[in-house]
Write a protein that binds this ligand. Sequence first.
Ligand code: ZN
Length: 89
Amino acid sequence: MLSLIKIVIATGFVYLLWSVTKFVLRVRKIMTTLRGAAGMHKGRQTRPKQEPQKAMVKCAQCQLYVIDSDAISQQGNYFCSPEHAAAFR
Ligand SMILES: [Zn+2]
């Protein structure tokens, strides 16, 4: 009879532990989701700061400002298009 009570108590204890574990896992999942949303918001805030870092160069032909990476560099001059690079000669 005593052993039966022990089994019932043990089962109840295991069930309680399982319930607590399930609850902790659910809370952790919610926290991770919230942190992820906060991280995304932070990413949006830092993005506009990165844009002015792009160097602007002036087309030697039409004086138009273009982004360094999009410009065509030729003999120390920058151009907005291959047409202007060819026309400058
Ligand atoms: Zn140009």
